[in-house]
Design a protein around this ligand. Structure first.
Ligand code: BGC
Length: 469
């Protein structure tokens, strides 16, 4: 057995303090003092009543959402902020990532809903009173419908509109919040909305519009970044602003096949790193042969990321193919030999470690927050192992010098999973949507145990990196 790294994982530990019986091969992974245990949610998925958003309009088109679901009252979180904050407290959460809903705050262009702003102030105060640090996302997939009708992120007025909105949010809650995520997973709505065309704005195979949207998001982020820093420095407060990047592992389906390898690396660059690097360098470079060749400088963008938010879920295998998915010269396929979650996503903890190491290599001096990681598991049959194994991957990366400050599990409770509707179950708490009761799953107890002891214990004899079938 090798003991290495700053936390020195200990095998064969005896939990005298808890009186628990620990298997001889239990591996104990301690996290550094002050590490943040967090859960993540998004407004549209849990609050309910998001009537002025583009997604509300979209969901009400027949055939857009699985089983004909609509977000409706979702988890009724809007009316249950205290209850849900207390749930967090019971499972040892010390940080909570959630989003404020632009469509509720500015339901019509230039018109501010003071009660919505007050609602979020009350939410932040509630969290603070419970000793939970808020990390606030300004935009998590939904836009106000008025903004969508103007062209969403493609609209050349979007940076000014987003800056104005960000200022309003900061003026309301900035005295109680240090960390802001401007935009959640910017590349996901581009693939879903402009390549597949399955989510707003439903433009299939329209990369020209997709690139306009990417530029709009980058410009909007840069404006919000500068505005939040100006406001914070005028008030002598600390602030940190970043993105939540959705980064996936892309591996060649046939590892020895040179075209699959090239295709995987092209996709990795276009999806994972084009946007990411642009925020660092101020220059957006995106290249997919025959489809896209972008090289543009965006003024004010370079260096506008104080921390890296990472959402990690899975890996895709890439197969070169002419006429592949959405006209791409490649197809994304699930690895047939590996275990999948309820949505068919490969469970691949080793990929979490790989991505963290890549982040460190690209942006060595930036602190990292795991802004999302979790899985769809309706009967909680593998979530506990998923959690432990991903935390092992995280711990290993940290032991090798990757600076991660906290881990947000997606999600606190089951919620509205976008086009998949209410069927997928990502929660530590199970939602009964008829009674709105939140019922703790065994994974919630495990999370509480991990958070309260600031450590993970797992059976060292069980392989963890790749979950083979
Ligand atoms: C998104 C969440 C979503 C989760 C599970 C992330 O990509 O930020 O909104 O529910 O994945 O699909």
């Amino acid at each position: 057995m090798v003991i290495r790294g700053m936390f020195a994982p200990v095998l064969g530990a005896v939990l005298a303090s808890s009186g628990g019986v620990v298997h001889a091969e239990t591996e104990v992974l301690n996290f550094p003092q002050g590490f943040k245990w967090c859960v993540a949610t998004a407004a549209h998925q849990i609050e309910g009543g998001n009537v002025n958003s583009d997604w509300w309009a979209f969901e009400h088109q027949p055939g857009t959402i699985k089983n004909g679901d609509v977000s409706g009252d979702a988890c009724d979180h809007w009316n249950r902020v205290l209850e849900d904050s207390l749930l967090m407290k019971t499972i040892g959460v010390s940080m909570y990532r959630f989003s404020v809903e632009w469509a509720k705050i500015e339901p019509r262009e230039g018109e501010w809903d003071k009660s919505a702003l007050f609602h979020y102030l009350a939410e932040v105060e509630t969290l603070r009173a419970l000793g939970i640090e808020p990390i606030v996302t300004l935009q998590h997939f939904t836009l106000p419908q008025w903004m969508r009708l103007r062209g969403g992120w493609e609209w050349d007025g979007s940076p000014a509109a987003f800056e104005r909105f960000s200022r309003k949010v900061y003026e309301t809650i900035g005295h109680r919040v240090r960390d802001f995520v401007t935009i959640n997973e910017p590349m996901v709505p581009v693939v879903g909305g402009y390549l597949a065309g399955l989510i707003p704005p439903q433009k299939a195979n329209d990369l020209t519009a997709g690139v306009l949207a990417i530029k709009g998001m980058l410009r909007s982020h840069a404006r919000a970044y500068a505005a939040l820093h100006d406001l914070a420095s005028a008030a002598s407060r600390p602030v940190r602003v970043g993105f939540a990047h959705h980064l996936r592992v892309f591996d060649p389906l046939r590892p020895l096949n040179p075209v699959d390898r090239v295709a995987a690396s092209i996709f990795d660059n276009a999806f994972n790193w084009g946007f990411y690097d642009a925020v660092e360098t101020g220059r957006l470079k995106l290249w997919i042969p025959t489809m896209m060749n972008v090289d543009v400088v965006i003024p004010g963008l370079a260096g506008t990321q104080d921390f890296i938010g990472l959402n990690y879920y899975t890996r895709d295998m890439v197969k070169f193919s002419l006429g592949g998915t959405s006209g791409l010269p490649m197809e994304l396929v699930a690895n047939p030999d590996m275990m999948k979650n309820d949505l068919g996503w490969e469970i691949y903890p080793w990929g979490f470690y790989r991505i963290l190491k890549k982040i460190k290599a690209r942006t060595p001096n930036k602190p990292i927050v795991i802004t999302e990681n979790g899985t769809a598991d309706h009967d909680d049959s593998f979530r506990q192992r998923y959690l432990s194994d991903h935390l092992k991957a995280l711990h290993k990366a940290m032991a090798e010098g990757v600076a991660v400050e906290g881990y947000c599990h997606w999600s606190l409770m089951d919620n509205f999973e976008w086009v998949e509707g209410f069927e997928p179950r990502f929660g530590l708490f199970e939602m009964n949507y008829s009674t709105m009761r939140r019922i703790p799953r065994p994974s919630a107890y495990l999370f509480a145990d991990i958070a309260s002891r600031n450590r993970v214990e797992r059976d060292a004899s069980v392989p963890w990196g790749s979950w083979r079938k």
